[in-house]
Design a protein around this ligand. Structure first.
Ligand SMILES: [Zn+2]
Length: 361
């Protein structure tokens, strides 16, 4: 038996957030949160099937391209029409026919999916998530008001949100970029999803998610607000996470309380390696490597993806990045790659060292 959480479904809303909502006095919010938790178990069983499936089986089910595709984006967008039936979802749009349709969620995922695909291809020559032309399948309007978005190992699925705490999970490009980056990570280092390693897995997704949004909006390190999920979480003062100031994504939220992320190693949260413990705080301790990236990028300056992103991508795709890497391993590797790319005494190397120093790793 393998451990389920090492092969997780990657959802944007961590279990501790849903637990808070399940305890909500607002019955609608609580009901939706229970339903969202229930749905996550269904996706998990899909994931477990695909882990054990053969290459042939995966080909039949569209989880790998039938033949290596040329480097052009292939995407299909489906409307679940507020049901949980992915098989009978309606095709809204695909890259071959570019049909016209009305769904805002559908338009959002084309925008976010294309921004992510272009990011990886234009900057790093990557041909889709698996670097082998994977067809990106995105499903919108899944279930009634589901509070989550998932990458299940072969496709993206988005809920519309309960309308009280969360709105459509297609609303933020960084959330879409975050989820698709889980696919990239899975095809590269395949980092475990527990404790420090899981927090690195989450952090890579936040880092590339924010860079994808910054590039789409043409924002440099000073102009960006460094927030993940600023629209998905309803309320002008709320976002899911902040890379600039981890722990300030939301404060005094009526349903969610305070963002629990630490920014520095001194405040690392030793949590149980269980679902309710967020598998050792993978969505919590990711604040530490996120903060190291932010400080590095800010000190390097300009557009984050031009230099700092290159360093982090080199680490993510380095075959020496172990599936059970710790923060210090990524620290050392970012310094090594910065030295290789920009020179031992470069400003970039100093900035990366400063980033990890401020995060106290
Ligand atoms: Zn994630």
């Amino acid at each position: 038996m393998y451990k389920n959480h090492l092969n997780p479904i990657h959802c944007i809303i961590p279990p501790y957030m849903l637990s808070k909502l399940i305890e909500s006095g607002n019955k609608k919010v609580a009901d939706m949160a229970v339903n969202s938790k229930f749905r996550s178990y269904r996706f998990l069983s899909d994931r477990n099937f695909f882990r054990a499936a053969s290459f042939y089986e995966k080909t039949i089910l569209g989880a790998v391209p039938k033949k290596p595709a040329k480097s052009t984006m292939q995407m299909e967008v489906y409307d679940c029409r507020q049901t949980t039936d992915l098989t009978n979802a309606t095709l809204l749009w695909d890259t071959k026919n570019k049909q016209r349709f009305n769904s805002i969620a559908g338009k959002n995922v084309i925008k976010g999916g294309k921004a992510s695909w272009d990011f990886y291809r234009d900057l790093f020559g990557r041909n889709s998530i698996d670097n082998n032309g994977l067809l990106i399948k995105q499903y919108v309007h899944y279930d009634k008001g589901m509070d989550n978005a998932y990458w299940d190992g072969r496709r993206m699925v988005y809920g519309d949100g309960d309308g009280v705490v969360f709105t459509s999970f297609t609303s933020d490009i960084d959330v879409i970029g975050h989820e698709l980056t889980h696919g990239v990570t899975e095809n590269e280092a395949n980092l475990d999803y527990e404790n420090q390693t899981g927090a690195l897995n989450e952090s890579f997704s936040d880092i590339f998610g924010i860079m994808i949004k910054q590039r789409y909006n043409n924002q440099d390190v000073k102009k960006s607000n460094w927030l993940i999920g600023e629209k998905v979480l309803i309320g002008i003062n709320y976002a899911l996470r902040s890379l600039k100031a981890p722990g300030t994504g939301y404060r005094n939220h009526p349903e969610l309380g305070d963002d629990p992320q630490p920014a520095i190693m001194d405040n690392y949260q030793d949590m149980p390696n269980t679902e309710s413990g967020d598998w050792g705080g993978v969505h919590i301790n990711s604040g530490i490597p996120n903060f190291a990236f932010y400080v590095s990028a800010f000190n390097i300056g300009g557009y984050s993806w031009e230099k700092t992103g290159r360093i982090w991508y080199a680490v993510l795709t380095d075959s020496n990045l172990a599936h059970d890497a710790k923060f210090v391993d990524v620290k050392n590797m970012t310094i090594q790659h910065a030295e290789r790319l920009f020179g031992i005494n470069s400003l970039e190397v100093k900035a990366v060292k400063q980033g990890w120093l401020e995060a106290k790793v």
